[in-house]
Design a protein. Structure first.
Length: 201
């Protein structure tokens, strides 16, 4: 006789099914076409099960997005801070170049321009943690004299901005060679002492 799964196991199975369903629906229908009802139907759960863990479809989709890319976008720690930054940027470019993830990320960013709730979730859970980690790494590289003496906040814009421009505006996610070119160009420049704004605290 097969022993029935306990509540915690059933809950985890439902959680995984919900996150998988949210990602699948985003890929198939775009962010705007996804609803809690569709996620529940695809995952084989009731809407109350979803609302027990998440307040909105935004929260579900961001959880699904973050869980899917968490291991791929973690900062390496080898002791060579510049190479760690390069490796992280390569992983960002690799994720953006995926046929399923690039359009999904672009769709979430685009939808956030018209959806204050999604914008707030994305800012707090995706942008700020990534930005703070990037700036902390840039400061370490500056301490080693391997990046210009410029506001770390501005350097983060110069290094990561072109990657997002290529995805969101040009529709052409960059590859590792492009990332290396941007990083080398920024690292080789000498800027006026007054250039840049205040660093992110």
């Amino acid at each position: 006789m097969t022993k029935a799964a306990g509540p915690s196991r059933r809950s985890e199975r439902s959680r995984v099914a919900i996150l998988r369903a949210a990602l699948e629906l985003c890929r198939e229908q775009g962010f705007g076409g996804v609803t809690i009802e569709k996620i529940a139907a695809r995952a084989g759960v009731g809407k109350p099960t979803i609302y027990r863990w998440w307040s909105s479809k935004h929260a579900v989709i961001l959880d699904a997005f973050m869980e899917h890319i968490a291991t791929e976008l973690s900062f390496p720690e080898t002791g060579d801070h510049l190479e760690d930054l390069r490796g992280w940027l390569h992983s960002v470019a690799r994720v953006l170049a995926e046929s399923s993830m690039g359009p999904l990320i672009a769709g979430v960013v685009g939808a956030a321009q018209y959806d204050p709730a999604l914008a707030a979730e994305f800012h707090q859970r995706v942008y700020l943690p990534t930005r703070q980690t990037t700036i902390a790494r840039i400061r370490r590289i500056q301490d080693e004299g391997r990046l210009p003496d410029l506001s770390p906040d501005t350097l983060a814009d110069l290094i990561t901005g072109p990657i997002w421009f290529r995805l969101l505006v040009a529709g052409d996610p960059p590859g590792p060679d492009y990332v290396d070119t941007v990083l080398a160009a920024v690292a080789s420049q000498r800027f006026p002492a007054s250039a840049g704004g205040e660093a992110l605290q």
